[in-house]
Design a protein around this ligand. Structure first.
Ligand SMILES: Nc1ncnc2c1ncn2[C@@H]1O[C@H](COP(=O)(O)OP(=O)(O)OP(=O)(O)O)[C@@H](O)[C@H]1O
Ligand SMILES: [Mg+2]
Length: 372
């Protein structure tokens, strides 16, 4: 878990040290004060990018060339440090315990971060890519070989797609790539299927705790028809693939279908209900991660009160506490979130104003009392 953060040149935050950090950290302040920017900084030091933009440019303070985020961590009793620098151009510079590290995956494994923000409903309404990335977050953390298999698959797919677009198709070359593509796709499908089977049960439990929505179900789709070999599917769809210039079927088309009473959940659920289902998915992911890896996740929760009523907010906070997750939450009115916590142990509250972060006493009398 994070114990201290130093944020430099991130959006409207020029230079701030945020400490001490607790299990639950609440950042409150007016619109535009810099609350989401703090969450972005945490995401940056965990995954080398913000959750709002993959590019560094919008996140680096205007007029500056680079941003820097350092964090001190307490990891199973030992103190560790991580740091990231991102410039307008070039690769991120990452350091873990003083050593330069080239791959972002080393950071990502160390800091399992899950985001719950205003875009969470996209898990239901968005494209399959959003759900695939969600599923793969879990598979990446649980299956050691997943990342390399996925990279190899992507390489084959790129080759196959460029062959599809090249004039005078060479079918023997295509056959070579297809064999490889099928091999990696099957491995990816196995990893995903295994993860999904365990995850589905945990999701069911979390959802039942969070809401009475009856009849919501999750389904994993592997990206090509069940009961058919991918090799046969690729052969059968070759002429259409050639017309389109890309491969229609395979692991790149996998999806997690979320259905409510037999139809796509996004078409029936209200925006608030969608947010609650999205929260259940993320919380279940954190819980399943903890069950499998014996360490808790870090949640970045942006503007929790928005569209979530008090009762559901309370249950969400209880679920965060129950899985020992470290949580960074933003809100405009601190009482709306502080009232969800019965004790101020393990709670730190920070006021954010014009990019300045000030620790506040967490026992100012708001705990347990909010009228909204
Ligand atoms: N690259 C940048 N450089 C400097 N300031 C920026 C940059 N990008 C955004 N800002 C400003 O930073 C401020 C903080 O933005 P942020 O999204 O963190 O606010 P917030 O406290 O989360 O607000 P809200 O409650 O509306 O969500 C805003 O005033 C925004 O205009
Ligand atoms: Mg914000």
């Amino acid at each position: 878990m994070f114990s201290k953060l130093s944020i430099t040149r991130v959006r409207n935050i020029a230079e701030q040290v945020v400490m001490p950090l607790a299990q639950i950290n609440i950042f409150y302040g007016e619109n535009g004060s810099g609350k989401t920017s703090i969450l972005e900084a945490i995401h940056m030091v965990s995954l080398a990018r913000s959750f709002r933009h993959s590019q560094a440019r919008p996140v680096i303070s205007r007029g500056e060339q680079s941003l820097v985020v350092h964090a001190q961590l307490k990891d199973r009793g030992s103190l560790r440090s991580v740091g990231i620098q991102r410039s307008l151009r070039g690769e991120p510079l990452i350091r873990i315990d003083g050593e330069s590290v080239r791959s972002v995956s080393a950071l990502a494994s160390l800091l399992p971060v899950l985001v719950l923000d205003a875009g969470a409903f996209l898990l239901l309404e968005g494209s399959s890519k959003v759900r695939r990335q969600f599923l793969d977050w879990g598979v990446f953390h649980v299956e050691q070989n997943f990342l390399n298999t996925w990279k190899s698959y992507q390489r084959c797919l790129k080759q196959r797609n460029s062959l599809l677009r090249s004039s005078g198709i060479n079918s023997s070359q295509m056959a070579i790539w297809d064999v490889e593509l099928v091999r990696y796709a099957q491995a990816i499908d196995e990893y995903r299927k295994r993860y999904f089977q365990g995850f589905e049960a945990v999701f069911g439990q979390v959802l039942a705790e969070l809401t009475e929505l009856d009849g919501l179900s999750l389904h994993y789709r592997r990206g090509w028809e069940e009961g058919k070999e991918l090799g046969d599917v690729l052969t059968a769809s070759l002429s259409r693939d050639l017309q389109l210039g890309y491969t229609q079927y395979g692991a790149q088309r996998a999806d997690l279908k979320i259905r409510y009473r037999g139809v796509d959940a996004a078409t029936l659920l209200s925006r608030g209900q969608q947010k609650i289902v999205a929260a259940a998915l993320k919380i279940a992911q954190g819980l399943y991660y903890k069950q499998l890896l014996q360490r808790p996740c870090i949640f970045l929760v942006d503007d929790l009160p928005a569209e979530i009523d008090k009762r559901h907010r309370q249950t969400l906070c209880d679920l965060f506490l129950a899985q020992d997750a470290q949580v960074f939450m933003t809100c405009i009115d601190k009482a709306s979130v502080m009232s969800c916590f019965q004790s101020n142990e393990e709670l730190e509250v920070f006021h954010v104003e014009h990019g300045c972060v000030r620790q506040q006493p967490s026992d100012e009398g708001n705990i347990g009392e909010s009228n909204d």
